[in-house]
Design a protein around this ligand. Structure first.
Ligand SMILES: [Mn+2]
Length: 254
């Protein structure tokens, strides 16, 4: 589920499924169709949406845990119904799940609100790192391996960090760089607005994803990874021109 290629299902499973009938259910545009059966629907906002439709068509009654899992799939893949993939269908399925007993507040508290003191310390560092490229068209944050070490956290604590650069008024692209493998490599999360294709940019660096949300990995420490990535990001953002995305809510501070 939710894997655009065979490697994404994980090393352990790759071995296990090689002798089995592999059913590939996914919504990534560039899915390699690696299964025996492939159901790839790029119009689905989340694979949870596909599973819900599948279960409904077979008239299955799903237990509460499964309903919650489908709801989590919907809210995380749509960025709490904020990304461009937030379709009427996604919202109707969310409504169906709530009608079936899912409690949105409990899930929201658990998935988004509650943070440990360590996670908050890491977030403070991430916010402090905020910087701008291409005259503010691109907002960038970076977290180093030592930030994880010194705050006692790991990359799992960064699930929502792309919202920090995304929140900058007027930014067309949000980038979140963070070191992995003891600082030997750097992951890049790319979020785009408007016509900016985050996936196209990610694919230039061997990554992938969706038009609005994509990522890649560079085998370099953070500073070098940023340096390598920056020209491609800047030309992608500059190609969009300088027209304002939305009426500016506040004067942009220089
Ligand atoms: Mn997904």
């Amino acid at each position: 589920l939710d894997a655009s290629d065979r490697e994404r299902i994980g090393a352990g499973l790759v071995a296990a499924v090689s002798r089995a009938t592999l059913v590939n259910i996914d919504h990534h545009n560039y899915n390699t169709r690696f299964g025996v059966v492939n159901w790839v629907d790029p119009k689905a906002s989340a694979v949870g949406e596909q599973i819900w439709r599948f279960a409904r068509s077979l008239e299955w009654t799903l237990p509460p845990n499964s309903l919650r899992a489908l709801y989590v799939a919907l809210i995380t893949d749509t960025g709490q119904f904020s990304y461009g993939n937030t379709t009427p269908r996604a919202m109707r399925i969310a409504a169906d799940l709530v009608a079936a007993g899912v409690d949105p507040e409990t899930i929201w508290r658990y998935v988004y609100l509650e943070k440990t003191t360590q996670e908050l310390a890491l977030e403070a560092r991430a916010r402090m790192s905020l910087t701008y490229w291409a005259d503010g068209r691109i907002a960038v944050i970076g977290v180093r391996d030592r930030d994880f070490a010194e705050t006692g956290t790991d990359p799992q604590a960064t699930a929502e960090f792309t919202n920090i650069p995304r929140s900058v008024v007027g930014a067309l692209m949000a980038l979140f760089f963070y070191e992995i493998e003891d600082g030997r490599a750097t992951k890049v999360s790319i979020r785009g607005v408007r016509e900016l294709n985050a996936c196209k940019l990610a694919r230039r660096f061997g990554g992938g994803g969706h038009p609005q949300a994509a990522g890649c990995t560079l085998v370099k420490p953070l500073a070098e990874a940023m340096e390598e990535f920056r020209p491609a990001a800047e030309s992608a953002a500059e190609a969009l021109g300088s027209a304002a995305v939305l009426p500016q809510k506040r004067e942009k501070h220089e």
